[in-house]
Design a protein around this ligand. Structure first.
Ligand code: TXA
Ligand code: MG
Length: 321
């Protein structure tokens, strides 16, 4: 069953039942070494699901749960290896969305839930997106309207001495540091996944993700240079007969003269850009865009999460202008 959360829609099943977890992998077409997040509605669940004590984990849970934060703990024996993709750690999150929260509470279960997209597609931020990917593969979708945040939760490993961010999200490095003093990014996070020196620690971060069917290129530089470069690249591809899409902002949309120009959000509020990202990637699939050109966004705080997803979608294809 798919349900809304404040980040993206999830595809849920009983996380302590290994057959249920297997069904999730099958419905998504997801590789079985990519672990699931267990969703809880009470902090007491940590006693059931985790082993040993994590003072860091407790502090961060108290500060940010319920909310868009996933914590990685040592797992207890109750958590099946099918759910954790064979790892001895477990990912846990308490969502704040009232529907998600009540679903977990009333089911009395710990709900394993990956994003409710087909493996490799952008995460769903609306019930329609889930239907696009999962029609005929799952029994039910609870429609809770658009997801507020639109990017998946921040994942933080709290099994060591310092919290390590394995996936950037709405809760930023600075937010975490405010609670714990120190915190760092996983060194594999901003490298191309084929980099052998630093493999990302979250198995899911190594896969090509969110990939639109068209080829996405990100342009980085002064705003005027970016607009000029995108216009000329778009003009060339359009003249060659290709379908072209442009990811613009409210501030720049008027400056583009080729292809289909879609507004992702406004630069005045980065949250709108985060919330619009997956929707716009899906939109260009629907339009069957062959080439997509995007502006780039600041890579501080929330921008880290936005650029992390955009770079993956582009297969790290970036033009500096
Ligand atoms: O916002 C979210 O987190 C959404 C909503 C539905 O809660 N869920 C979500 O799940 O994004 P999913 O399965 O699409 O992403 C889970 C990520 C994957 O990258 C996976 O590799 C990582 O969490 N992960 C899960 N368990 C892990 C573990 N024990 N150690 C490291 N990474 C883990
Ligand atoms: Mg996912």
């Amino acid at each position: 069953m798919a349900f809304p959360t404040e980040t993206v829609y999830g595809l849920g099943a009983d996380g302590l039942n290994s057959d249920a977890s297997k069904k999730i992998y099958a419905a998504k077409g997801r590789p079985s070494d990519n672990p699931l997040i267990l969703h809880i509605s009470s902090i007491k669940a940590l006693e059931d699901l985790t082993e040993g004590d994590s003072p860091l984990g407790r502090k961060l849970a108290q500060a940010f749960w319920p909310g868009p934060l996933t914590l990685i703990f040592q797992k207890s024996n109750k958590v099946p290896l099918e759910t954790t993709g064979g790892l001895d750690t477990v990912a846990i999150r308490m969502p704040s969305h009232p529907i998600a929260y009540e679903l977990i509470r009333q089911s009395g279960a710990y709900i394993a839930a990956p994003s409710a997209n087909a493996s490799g597609r952008p995460s769903p931020t609306a019930a329609d997106h889930v239907l696009e990917d999962m029609d005929g593969r799952i029994e039910m979708i609870i429609d809770g309207g658009r997801a507020d945040i639109g990017l998946e939760s921040t994942i933080v490993d709290v099994t060591g001495k310092v919290p390590v961010i394995l996936r950037p999200g709405f809760i930023t490095l600075e937010d975490i540091k405010e609670i714990t003093g120190e915190a760092e990014y996983d060194k594999g996070l901003f490298k191309k996944p084929d980099n052998d020196d630093f493999k990302p620690k979250a198995p899911g971060m190594k896969y090509r993700h969110y990939a639109p069917k068209g080829q996405l290129t990100i342009y980085e530089g002064e705003s005027d240079n970016v607009i000029r470069a995108i216009n000329s690249a778009a003009a060339v591809k359009q003249a060659e007969g290709y379908r072209v899409g442009i990811i613009a902002t409210k501030e720049t949309a008027e400056a583009y003269h080729y292809g289909s120009v879609e507004v992702i959000g406004t630069r005045e509020d980065e949250k709108t850009i985060a919330a619009g990202l997956f929707q716009i990637l899906r939109e260009f699939d629907t339009q069957q865009a062959d080439y997509i050109f995007s502006e780039s966004f600041y890579d501080n705080s929330l921008g880290q999460a936005i650029m992390n997803r955009l770079l993956k979608a582009a297969g790290y294809h970036i033009e500096k202008v």
